[in-house]
Design a protein around this ligand. Structure first.
Ligand SMILES: Nc1ncnc2c1ncn2[C@@H]1O[C@H](COP(=O)(O)OP(=O)(O)OP(=O)(O)O)[C@@H](O)[C@H]1O
Ligand SMILES: [Mg+2]
Length: 222
């Protein structure tokens, strides 16, 4: 950054410096993901509103996507609490958005939906909600995945992008974070049609009410 801004080198040198800058940022991001993946940090006691965090994250992350990528946002205008740290939720969202964006070489639409599901309700094919849940689906119109790719997407370091472009840690990280919060993740994909990622979070609405009750000294006293 310093060299680029202060020395103003000639074009080929500037291009090279920009590449070094990009590689550095990517290395830093990879190290962060690796550390988090290796540490398997215990989940902090956190409860966030999935609707608010995803909608704020989308505004922030939209500029990182291709101009030709549209976002369709479909969520109820209520708080839906899930037991997860906000930063982890941002990481999940960023990984899913980047995957979807990369899958749509010539642009297209990414649809995000959030909805509440009851115990025993189906969130996707073969995915049954164990208790009261909040579901987030991310659907793209991209290249989709073959059965072979689909069966390996959660393997750490599995990537079809080549070593310079993908580390293959994105979905493994998302998988780990969903497991930590007691949730589920499911992918369905059709080659040349697109992919839907379904995340099922256990609802934190009840535990939140419990905390409120205890802290206000109400119902627990009787
Ligand atoms: N939405 C999607 N559409 C098509 N293929 C996908 C999609 N999401 C993931 N994949 C496939 O799954 C592979 C693994 O994805 P993952 O996010 O774990 O790693 P990556 O994107 O290759 O690298 P990283 O996320 O670490 O930069 C990808 O290389 C790609 O082949
Ligand atoms: Mg990825």
């Amino acid at each position: 950054d310093l060299l680029l801004n202060e020395v103003r080198p000639p074009r080929p040198v500037a291009d090279g410096l920009q590449q070094i800058d990009r590689a550095g940022r990517r290395a830093a991001e990879l190290t962060k993901q690796l550390l988090q993946f290796a540490r398997r940090e215990p989940q902090q006691e956190a409860v966030v509103d999935l609707v608010a965090v995803v909608s704020a994250g989308l505004r922030l992350m939209k500029p990182a996507l291709k101009k030709s990528t549209q976002i369709v946002w479909n969520a109820p205008d209520v708080q839906l609490l899930v037991p997860m740290d906000g930063l982890h939720l941002d990481q999940i969202l960023l990984n899913l958005l980047l995957n979807a964006d990369l899958a749509m070489a010539t642009g297209g639409t990414i649809e995000l939906r959030i909805w509440e599901a009851g115990a025993g309700q189906s969130a996707a094919e073969g995915v049954i909600c164990e208790g009261r849940s909040v579901v987030l689906t991310v659907t793209d119109q991209g290249c989709g995945m073959s059965e072979e790719t689909l069966s390996r997407v959660f393997d750490p370091f599995f990537s079809t992008r080549g070593p310079a472009a993908g580390t293959g840690l994105g979905l493994s990280l998302v998988y780990g974070l969903m497991r930590q919060c007691g949730g589920q993740i499911h992918l369905s994909s059709v080659v040349d049609r697109g992919t839907t990622v379904t995340l099922v979070f256990p609802s934190a609405a009840e535990s939140w009410l419990e905390v409120e009750r205890v802290s206000s000294g109400g119902a627990c006293m009787s």
